[in-house]
Write a protein that binds this ligand. Sequence first.
Ligand SMILES: [Zn+2]
Length: 281
Amino acid sequence: MPELPEVEVTRASLADRLQGAQVRGVRLGKPLRWPLGVAPEQLHGRQAGTLLRRGKYLWLPLAGSDPAADATPGAGLLLHLGMSGSLNLADTPGEPGPHDHFELHTSRGTLRLTDPRRFGAVVWSDALQADPAAKLLANLGAEPFDPAFTPLQLHAALRGRRTPIKAALLAGDVVVGAGNIYVSEALHRAGIDPRTRCGSLSRPRCERLLAALRLTLARAIDLGGSTLRDFKDAHGMAGAFQDEALVYGREGQTCARCGGTIRRIVQAQRSTYFCGGCQRR
Ligand SMILES: [Zn+2]
């Protein structure tokens, strides 16, 4: 499923090209996770602003062509790639296929959401701070790259919690965007056993963990995301992160750092990979 790096790669690949694009039409396919929430005609003539990311959501501001007459100048579309979605912007996109469920025809080409499993969403909101966008974004944790998010805050957020650190990171309410692969890799990089209770992590270990999470996610973004589930960014570039994974998917192999053996356990129905040698509780 697309995780934060994939969504960020998508955002970076689309932002410049979409900025200033004028909407000429909308085509809807089969229903997605939530309805669009606006009559498609109401998007006509609107102009795209800067594409933003919050967690795994993308926000495309769409301002009216006449600012004086625009009742919702901060309006836009909130997009989510769900389990299997990908976004593509093309000048000549060709006929929509059976899995193409949303198209925004613009002066800069057609933005198309391809989503076989249809857990993705494109939702209109009068503002990023208004519902439904505000409601959907309300419970998200901190952005991992936000410089205002410090190890001290991570430590405070984990204090007193008895859940294993891996589950807490996956839940996304402390820090967003760390899915199964990246959490496994970041915990290995930080030398932390995934079963460690949140509340028992010291401040220095929280510092190592946040640094490891940032390094892991940054590396994945550099590599164009992971290709585990056919992820392709808007240029059709496949990621290579999975080739660099040190623990994920490597059960029984030797740890490159300590020579220990990579183990696989199941936590909350998800596979966890870790090294019993260099990851401590
Ligand atoms: Zn090791």
